[in-house]
Ligand binder design. Structure first.
Ligand SMILES: NC(=O)C1=CN([C@@H]2O[C@H](COP(=O)(O)OP(=O)(O)OC[C@H]3O[C@@H](n4cnc5c(N)ncnc54)[C@H](O)[C@@H]3O)[C@@H](O)[C@H]2O)C=CC1
Ligand SMILES: O=C(O)C(=O)[C@H](O)COP(=O)(O)O
Length: 384
């Protein structure tokens, strides 16, 4: 069996080596010739999988080691009887930690002592937005949720949700919707000139969903106005050819890595492996946990005199501080458009190992119940 796989999927040999021969490819430029003789195709978000790529090939199963599926023409795969699996929720904790770190940095930037006084609006309350909202609620933030599809399909929960306009009044608005182009709740350019005009200078807008959910031109125009909001973007229109003018105007700019914790990536591989085993009728023998190395930073300890919020944020930023990714991306902005696009992909391909908060043991000497709850909310392991 031939498995053609994106070279950026980690642990390909460990998970798939005894299922078939693996051919590693650059997912960004995959051509029909490279997949024609494959039985299985494993991709990440940068490969468009559709009729143009697969027609006439032997491929019977497609897996994407990602949460997002907007790069896959699932309807066409179904018409061809080609099996398909994604990795829902694999990197949800990673994205939630990215947003929490943003909140911590934003509170510091604004001189806000207690970060939980920021109100947070979550748009798209699925695996990522739901996990984030749970963490925020446990950390005592006031949280508003916007998810019209869920509001409609879960009438018993309907009062949990508010309209987009109400969420846009929060101090922080964070986007976690899929990219959809059709239907009553299509998200393509969901935030355009009109919505961006509702945001003011004391607000932070974060996009960690898909770039096209915000109209990039409208955002750039808004950011040139004196009363513009602060903006943090992890995802961009036209990746990897992102707009350098937008990077310049954005507060923190990262190259689509919010979900790039090692745990998130390896769980993505594992979920696709499990789905392929099911498809082929093979036993599932491997788990992501067996391949995760000891983290470089495995323990931190705090004394009893520590301030609760400060301790949680110190530990959070020790695990992930988006300013490093922002600095790396900005360094690539000087080149030609082609050099910039290559550099964007290189930053993602050579991404340093980043571990989730759950990999860090926190020792708290003589700590209060509420400080323990704060750490637990983000998934740290506690040693009391
Ligand atoms: N920046 C990054 O590295 C990552 C980005 N993502 C993106 O985040 C997206 C969300 O991920 P999950 O939460 O796992 O997906 P999910 O499918 O579990 O949840 C998405 C939620 O968005 C809601 N939604 C759809 N249209 C909406 C609209 N118009 N307004 C408000 N809510 C709407 C859905 O009802 C659903 O509850 C993915 O589709 C992917 O595009 C995911 C992982 C990493
Ligand atoms: O899981 C998703 O959805 C994402 O956005 C991924 O984190 C993106 O990673 P790549 O597939 O582009 O490596």
């Amino acid at each position: 069996m031939l498995i053609v796989a994106d070279e950026n999927i980690p642990l390909l040999d460990s998970f798939f080596g005894d299922i078939g021969d693996i051919r590693r490819v650059n997912g960004r430029n995959l051509s029909p010739d490279q997949v024609r003789d494959a039985d299985v195709l494993l991709v990440r978000s940068v490969t468009r999988v559709d009729q143009a790529l697969l027609e006439g090939s032997r491929v019977r199963f497609v897996g994407t080691a990602t949460i997002g599926t907007d790069h896959i023409d699932q309807a066409w795969l179904e018409t061809q009887g080609i099996g398909f699996a994604a990795a829902p929720g694999c990197n949800a904790a990673s994205v939630a930690e990215y947003v929490l770190s943003m909140l911590s940095l934003y509170a510091e930037r604004r001189g806000i002592e207690d970060w939980s006084t920021l109100s947070v609006g979550v748009v798209g309350v699925g695996n990522v937005g739901g996990e984030l909202a749970r963490m925020l609620q446990r950390l005592n933030f006031s949280v508003k949720l916007c998810d019209p599809p869920r509001q409609e399909s879960e009438p018993e929960q309907a009062e949990e949700f508010v309209p987009l306009a109400e969420v846009l009044e929060c101090d922080v608005v964070t986007l976690h919707t899929p990219l959809t182009r059709e239907g009553a709740h299509a998200t393509n350019r969901m935030l355009s000139e009109r919505e961006l005009a509702l945001l003011g200078p004391d607000q932070l807008l974060i996009n960690a969903g898909r770039g096209e959910v915000i109209d990039g031109e409208a955002l750039l125009a808004r950011l040139t106005q004196p009363d513009a909001p602060t903006v943090a973007l992890d995802v961009w229109e036209h990746e990897p050819r992102i707009n350098p003018d937008l990077v310049e105007k954005v507060w923190l700019a990262t190259p689509h890595i919010a979900g790039y914790s090692l745990e998130g990536k390896v769980q993505g591989t594992e979920m696709v492996y499990r789905a392929l085993c099911r498809y082929l009728g093979l036993p599932v023998r491997k788990k992501s946990g067996q391949f995760l190395p000891e983290p470089a930073l495995s323990k931190v300890s705090f004394t009893s005199s520590v301030d609760e919020d400060e301790a949680v944020q110190v530990a959070l930023r020790a695990c992930y501080d988006p300013r490093r990714d922002d600095a790396r991306l900005r360094l690539t902005m000087a080149g030609t458009p082609e050099e910039r696009a290559q550099a964007f992909d290189k930053l993602r391909r050579d991404y340093p190992v980043r571990r989730e908060c759950s990999s860090l043991k926190v020792q708290l000497k003589g700590s209060s119940r509420s400080i323990q709850d704060g750490f637990r909310a983000i998934g740290f392991k506690l040693k009391i």
